[in-house]
Design a protein around this ligand. Structure first.
Ligand code: HGY
Ligand code: MN
Ligand code: MN
Length: 416
């Protein structure tokens, strides 16, 4: 196999133009994106991605949960493909790069190999995973989780959003339910490029994060039931205020995370208050606890402490408590061979780099359970993400895609 030269570089301007064009679909209200999964905007972004892939000579496959697979042929059609991708869906207050950089970075590899007329033994498949964010339909990484056998397709299709719309119905409505069996595809390896979504790489002045591990995650959906009553005429001692329970458990989650520093996080992001009226004591509050750390024993201990203390705190103020896990994955350790290919690529290309643990969850975390997988990260400004002001530089995007291409091409084996 011919050596991969340090001059093998992507077209950074073309990648940046594609990022900006995709960002015009599903605009937010403050310069970012609101292209939530299975919306019309998601469908529009999918069509644009498919048109670009087909213009680059790829054939597109779509599975029963809407995962998209754009295949560039290799010289050995029987060789298992190298997959490279991420997600196009965004948070409601999303940025232009979370997920999108990984999908369009994969497409840029195809475009560059076409320009240079480079062939690889293994086919290369660029992937868009459905519903990575888990914001409209919980849990996160839903479709890659079905692909990895973590959820059944039926369970996924029955997930509902806050308007009661069913995942499977919305997938059919936007016309992106494919015919391929989910998980039938076999992989030689998979790589994912993603912005760090944290402050470390920028603070350390590094171009590239070589992701060795990720945090594990537990999403605990909690319901506190009190009693609606008048905020003016109900005496304080007669109140059953579910809102107080939320306040106490918000502080409990923070206290548990702080007690497990360094390297643990916890927050409550999604909250529904019923009836959410200014002059009614909240009768019910439904919310999701998000706890994470890269150490499995610590993660389980954090959840155990929450489960031990939350019911008592609610009982003491006269409200009822129940909860269930609605999303979880254990801390991943990525494939050492693939991680080594990422690290060697950064060194070959002369990019500053450091090993890093991913704070956020990614589709690669699930695929890593099945096939050799690794991630490449680039910095983001102030570590900000899941915010419309999420920003990266063209140089960072280019460096990340260069390293991604070298790792993918090395694994797919260049043919002279
Ligand atoms: O929640 C996560 O870590 C990812 O952004 N879905
Ligand atoms: Mn993401
Ligand atoms: Mn995200």
């Amino acid at each position: 196999m011919p050596a991969i030269g340090e001059n093998l570089r992507i077209n950074g301007a073309r990648l940046w133009d594609s990022l900006m064009e995709m960002a015009e679909i599903g605009p937010g209200v403050a310069g970012g994106n609101n292209r939530q999964t299975l919306t019309d905007e998601d469908s529009e972004g999918r069509h644009l991605f498919q048109s670009w892939c087909e213009a680059a000579g790829c054939t597109m496959g779509v599975d029963e949960i809407g995962n998209m697979f754009a295949r560039r042929e290799g010289t050995d059609p029987d060789a298992l493909p190298v997959y490279v991708g991420s997600h196009l869906d965004t948070q409601p207050t999303g940025g232009k790069y979370d997920g999108v950089l990984g999908v369009l970075g994969g497409l840029e590899i195809i475009r560059t190999l076409n320009d240079l007329e480079i062939n690889t033994k293994h086919p290369i498949v660029v992937t868009n995973w459905t519903n990575e964010e888990g914001t409209r339909f919980a849990p996160a990484m839903l479709a890659s989780g079905v692909f990895a056998g973590k959820h059944t397709l039926d369970w996924a299709n029955d997930r509902v959003d806050s308007d009661g719309k069913r995942f499977g119905d919305e997938l059919e409505r936007i016309g992106w339910k494919g015919s391929e069996k989910v998980g039938a595809r076999k992989m030689h390896a998979m790589f994912e490029l993603h912005i760090e979504q944290g402050p470390i790489l920028e603070a350390e002045n590094k171009d590239i994060g070589v992701v060795t591990h990720g945090q594990g995650l537990r999403w605990i959906e909690c319901t506190i039931t009190g009693k609606e009553s008048h905020t003016g005429s109900t005496p304080m001692h007669m109140r059953k205020n579910a809102g107080r329970g939320l306040a106490l458990l918000t502080e409990l989650v923070h206290e548990i995370a702080m007690a497990n520093q360094p390297g643990a996080v916890g927050a409550i992001g999604m909250i529904d208050v019923y009836p959410n009226s200014r002059n009614v004591i909240p009768g019910k509050v439904v919310f999701t606890v998000d706890m994470r750390t890269h150490l499995l024993d610590k993660l389980n201990a954090m959840v155990a402490e929450f489960n031990a203390r939350a019911p008592k705190l609610c009982e003491d103020i006269g409200v009822e408590f129940s909860c269930e896990i609605i999303g979880q994955f254990d801390p991943p350790a990525f494939d050492e061979g693939c991680v080594g290919a990422v690290r060697a690529a950064a060194e070959r290309l002369g990019y500053s780099h450091m090993d890093i643990i991913s704070g956020a969850g990614h589709d690669a975390c699930w695929i890593n359970d099945l096939y050799p997988t690794a991630m490449v990260m680039c910095p983001c400004v102030d570590g900000l993400s899941h915010h419309e002001a999420e920003e990266i530089s063209q140089e960072w995007a280019t460096a990340g895609a260069d390293v991604l291409m070298h790792a993918v091409v090395e694994t797919a084996e260049i043919v002279g």
